[in-house]
Structures are given as C-alpha cells and as structure tokens.
Design a protein around this ligand. Structure first.
Ligand code: ZN
Length: 388
C-alpha cells in the first residue's frame, strides 16, 4: 500500500516547489526533493504538469438534502459520493437546515458513516437551524463526547425570518455547551451560524461575545457574501478576531438579489486588508437555490453544487488574479484550523493522505486521493457509490 507521486509542483497550501510525495496506507510518509524507493507494492503516479494540493475541506454540505421551504416538492435529494469526489472534496461537515422534522440527525449520521465507508472524512454538526437544539443523545455535550463524527453544532440560524429568533440566553448557553463539549472531547465544538438577510447581522454574536466569556472564535458564521453590507460587516467582524465563511453555490437569482460571487468577494476582502487566516469558502452543497419571478412566485429550484467550492477558488486565481497561495487556504488549511481537524487541510509528513492533483494550465481536477485511496483519476471516478 505505497503510492509515490513524482514530479509534482506542491502547494501545501504554501508553495514548496517540485517535490515527490510518498503515501503509506492513509498517511503521508515523506515529502522530499527525490525519494528513492523500489517495491513491487509501489504504485507510481507521474504528476508532471500537475500541481499537488491538499484535499479540499468543505465546512457545510447538506448530505441528506436540504430545502423544503417551497413545500415537500422542494426538498432536495441526497448527495452522491461522486458529487463530492469529482469536486475534490475529501473532508466535509454535514448539517441539517431549515427542516429538522423530515430530515433527522440519525439520518445525517448514517449518511456520514456511508461516505466514510467509501473513504471520505465526513463529520456532522448536531442541531439544525432551530433552538432549543435537537441532539442525538439528548444533550449537545454528550453528542460531542460520544459520537465520533460530531464536531460542533449548527447551522443555527440568526438574523433570518426562518430562524427560531433565538434569545441572547439561548445562544450564549448553546455556545457554552459547544465549547465545553469540544474541550472534553478534544474537538472544535464549533457553532456554525447560518446568517440570514436580516438587519441585525452579527449583533446576536457580538452580544454573546461582549456579555460572556465565550471567545468570538467559537462561532463560524456562513453566507457572509449574501450582500455587500453583510460582507462589509463581516470584514469588521474578522477585525474583532472572528471567522467568516462565504457560500460558493449560487445562481442568477442569488446574484440579482445582491449576492457577491465568492471569487470577487475574496478579491475585495484582500483589497480591504482582510486577514487570510479568517476567511473560508463552503459549498452549502445540496441546499436549494430557488428562483422567483417578478410576482415573487417560485419558478424553478436548483440544487447547490459541491463543484462550486473549487470553481470559485479557480475563478479567484484565473479571473480575479488572486495568487494561488492566497486563494487555496480558503478551502484547505483555514477551514481545517477553524474546525480543529489537525490531520486535514495541509500536506505534511504524518498527516492524512488527502491529495488532489490539478492540471497546471487550467487548474482542472485530475486526481483525487482520499486517505491514501485513489477516488478520481484523469478526471473520472474510480470509486462510485453502490447505487450511482
Ligand atoms: Zn444556511
């Protein structure tokens, strides 16, 4: 079970130059200028004209489907394995959304286990949009401590007409539970926040941070590219030490209502002097993307695509001239750091062998390796879900 990647230009995500990478089982055994090894059990991948990068980390995917806000017919389907692998995603966090009645945490956990059986690293958030929080074991702290895949809670909705309109007390108590549960289980205990279009924006989070001892880094608010005002408020929030996440899946409707394309938002963030260790992208994959006509009637419904995650990084590099080294951490090192996934998001000796090979000229995904297993080769899936 040895794989040697030769002649790759390596971004770990920092630029390391031309290197060879040796994988043993699920781990990276060596990254060197030249590795001299001969074995009948060795598979060699020639990565000439390829860039090696860490497998992508997607901090929000609705793996059991989302949506439902337009009635039962608007419930989106479950994710397929290759929706993720062809998008270069090797690590993901799954969440429920608005619907926590017909979608359940047990279903979410089972689906995460399915993806992990195929060789991905899928984690879950306990809870949903709503407070009081629904859990698997009756308490958030015990979900974190007893369920291996559970690394936080969310996406809890604030500043949104679909939220439970949580009080300061509810939000503070939830963050406290997540924090202590995270400490006791050696996990992040992240509180993923769905940021709606409401005027209160980050105020509920500031209130918790200002009135309690909960650090601002406990929260991980997403959809911050929803509109320009929220993005500007988000930049201010990062200056206070907080993290922000931008959503890559979008359609013409979302742009017409003011959403800013992730690649452009990243460029803007950098121009404003934003700290690159505080901004990430997630796909919000398999969420519903509704399209309304002038009368506000639903005319079509699309499903958020996981492929948008890397597409936005590629667009940031190729269209917005953001340096590759600055764009890549938004879907590798930075989300792994925020989620406290210490074996993920970077290429280094001893870490998990989650590696993508990209074409040097157009940055298309050629090869995807997850925990040492080749999932995609020459842009085609090698491993498929049983019912795909
Ligand atoms: Zn959301």
């Amino acid at each position: 079970m040895l794989t040697l990647i030769k002649n790759a230009q390596v971004y770990a995500p920092e630029y390391l130059g031309d290197k060879e990478i040796l994988i043993c089982g699920e781990k990276i055994l060596a990254i060197e200028e030249s590795i001299d090894i001969r074995s009948e059990y060795l598979k060699v991948i020639d990565a000439s004209n390829k860039i090696a990068v860490p497998g992508f980390v997607d901090s929000l995917v609705h793996i059991t489907g989302g949506g439902g806000e337009g009635g039962y017919c608007s419930r989106t389907p479950e994710v397929n394995l290759t929706d993720l692998t062809l998008a270069g995603i090797t690590t993901l966090v799954a969440a429920l959304g608005t619907d926590s009645i017909s979608r359940t945490l047990t279903g979410l956990l089972a689906k995460a286990k399915e993806l992990n059986e195929y060789g991905l690293s899928c984690y879950i958030y306990s809870g949903s949009y709503h407070l009081p929080v629904k859990t698997l074991t009756s308490e958030l702290q015990s979900d974190l401590m007893l369920i291996e895949e559970c690394i936080g809670v969310g996406e809890v909705a604030i500043s949104d007409h679909r939220s439970s309109q949580p009080s300061f007390r509810q939000l503070a108590a939830l963050a406290a539970d997540a924090r202590v549960g995270g400490m006791l289980s050696g996990k992040g205990g992240v509180v993923s926040i769905h940021m709606g279009p409401g005027n209160s924006m980050f105020n509920p989070l500031y209130e918790v941070v200002n009135k309690t001892d909960i650090p601002i880094q406990q929260f991980y608010p997403t959809h911050i590219n929803r509109n320009q005002a929220l993005l500007d408020a988000g930049i201010e929030y990062t200056r206070c030490g907080g993290y922000i996440d931008l959503t890559t899946s979008s359609n013409s409707m979302s742009f017409s209502t003011g959403e800013i394309k992730c690649s452009k938002a990243l460029k803007y963030y950098i121009e404003q002097g934003g700290d690159l260790s505080k901004i990430t992208f997630s796909s919000d994959g398999h969420a519903s993307l509704p399209e309304f006509n002038d009368k506000g009637e639903l005319v079509s419904l699309e499903v958020g695509s996981e492929r948008s995650l890397f597409n936005e990084v590629r667009d940031a590099v190729l269209q917005e001239n953001v340096p590759f080294e600055e764009a890549l951490p938004t879907i590798t090192k930075t989300p792994a750091d925020i989620l406290k996934l210490t074996k993920k998001g970077r290429l280094n000796v001893g870490l998990d062998a989650d590696i993508n090979l990209l074409d040097k000229t157009d940055l298309m995904i050629d090869t995807v390796i997850s925990l040492g297993q080749i999932m995609v080769e020459n842009g085609m899936p090698v491993v498929k879900g049983r019912f795909e």
